[in-house]
Design a protein around this ligand. Structure first.
Ligand SMILES: Cc1ncc(COP(=O)(O)O)c(C=O)c1O
Length: 413
């Protein structure tokens, strides 16, 4: 539920009277704008209204039992710190996993992290000094804002448009955002929140810009396998940026183990991995048990990933098919991940989302959606858009889309 941004009311954090003051970083750190909507959702549930959650990227599917069996079979005498870069069998399992998707890393080129989140933070720490800049494509995964605050980095958003399904602009446009402070480009493919998959030609444009300006390319590929129509290409398949590319990855989504908190940062650039290793040393290690629990998944990814991906493809098709029945909306066919950004025929999607959860009901049911403003950094963008995460089963997905359709009719009246 921490996926969208909002400036906190500073009064909540700044000490009063003789209390010491909290830091500027803490005050400017984003909180979820959904926290108020989520609180309202809980209130409405208490009043007997069923709420469909279209707002969170947490799949509703059961986690494969092999994870829990592996944990039950652990017979260590002491629950000790793991090595800072990760336990050797887990690093070997990541190596096996990558090899099976055509990416080749040695164990020494990876550091296991607490989710993809820590991998992204380590990458920012490794390539940026205070107030350096990283280019992102907007709308983007909203926690990039929080990671940038933690790392004291400024994000420079390059705007994308719903009109072409949020595909990338030409190199001249990307280059407009490069300054002497730019250290890298952060790309998320397939994308949260848009579900867009960038073609090889689009990626080549980014790769060429990175090469020309000697930047790092931070690539968040946590949704790699969630590619339904378009073919996914990793930035690691561009040998010309071998020293520039940093891969940020995670078990969370593809294996449906969000709570395990296991990710990885990987690069052929020795300085980058050495730096990530040092950051890793400072936090000692990643949870030992969960590293063990991921090994069977990483060693046989096809077996575990494909049922999940097939289910999400079915849901994507159901969603896409239903959208044509909602008058006045703007949409495109999302090619991957499990999200879509939809343009609504309203002036302010935040107001609509609030009204939907606070006031609307159809047969004692309503829905919680994410207003898209939180996925933009440029003021004034995304005001008539929402993001939907289609992480509900078929029946619930259809019903929740029907609720949005009825709600839009009622709201516009
Ligand atoms: C694009 C993207 N990157 C990274 C993450 C972080 O995932 P985790 O820390 O669970 O690996 C998420 C989670 O929603 C995401 O959507």
């Amino acid at each position: 539920m921490n996926e969208t941004s909002e400036k906190l009311d500073t009064k909540e954090l700044v000490g009063e009277g003789n209390k010491p003051l909290i830091s500027t970083r803490a005050v400017t750190m984003q909180a979820s704008p959904l926290r108020k909507l989520a609180a309202t959702a809980e209130e409405r549930k208490r009043k007997g209204i069923k709420v469909y959650h279209l707002n969170i990227g947490q799949p509703d599917l059961p986690t494969d039992p092999v994870v829990f069996e592996t944990i039950r079979n652990i017979d260590h005498l002491t629950l000790a710190y793991a090595p800072s870069a990760g336990i050797i069998p887990a690093l070997s399992a990541w190596k096996n996993y990558f090899a099976q998707v055509g990416i080749h890393f040695d164990e020494s080129e990876m550091v296991i992290t607490t989710g993809g989140s820590e991998a992204i933070i380590f990458a920012m720490f490794a390539v940026c000094d205070n107030d350096d800049e990283i280019i992102v494509f907007e709308p983007f995964y909203t926690n990039y804002n929080g990671f940038a605050t933690i790392a004291n980095v400024n994000l420079r958003p390059v705007p994308l448009s719903i009109s072409n399904g949020f595909h990338l602009p030409p190199s001249s446009e990307i280059e407009n955002y490069i300054t002497e402070k730019t250290r890298g480009i952060l790309i998320n493919n397939p994308s949260n929140p848009t579900g867009t998959i960038y073609s090889r030609e689009e990626l080549q444009v980014v790769v060429d810009v990175v090469k020309k300006h000697n930047l790092f390319l931070l690539s968040d590929e946590v949704y790699r396998e969630f590619a339904y129509d378009a073919k996914f290409h990793s930035v690691m398949s561009f040998p010309e940026i071998r020293e520039n590319a940093i891969l940020l990855d995670s078990c969370s989504k593809r294996f449906n183990v969000c709570g395990a908190r296991i990710g990885v940062i990987a690069s052929h650039n020795k300085e980058v991995i050495q730096s990530a290793f040092k950051f890793g040393m400072a936090r000692l290690s990643v949870a030992t048990i969960e590293q063990h629990a991921m090994i069977p998944l990483l060693n046989s990814p096809e077996k575990f990933v494909q049922p999940i991906v097939q289910e999400f493809k079915r849901r994507r098709d159901i969603l896409y098919d239903y959208l044509k029945e909602i008058p006045g909306i703007t949409y495109y066919k999302p090619e991957g991940a499990f999200y879509i950004v939809i343009g609504l025929p309203v002036k302010d999607s935040e107001h609509f989302a609030k009204w939907l959860i606070e006031e609307f009901e159809d047969r004692k049911e309503t829905a919680l959606i994410a207003p898209a403003q939180g996925f933009y950094a440029t003021p004034g963008k995304g005001f008539n858009e929402i993001r939907i995460a289609y992480t509900l089963n078929e029946v619930e997905l259809r019903r929740s889309l029907e609720i949005i359709k009825f709600a839009l009719e009622a709201y516009r009246k």
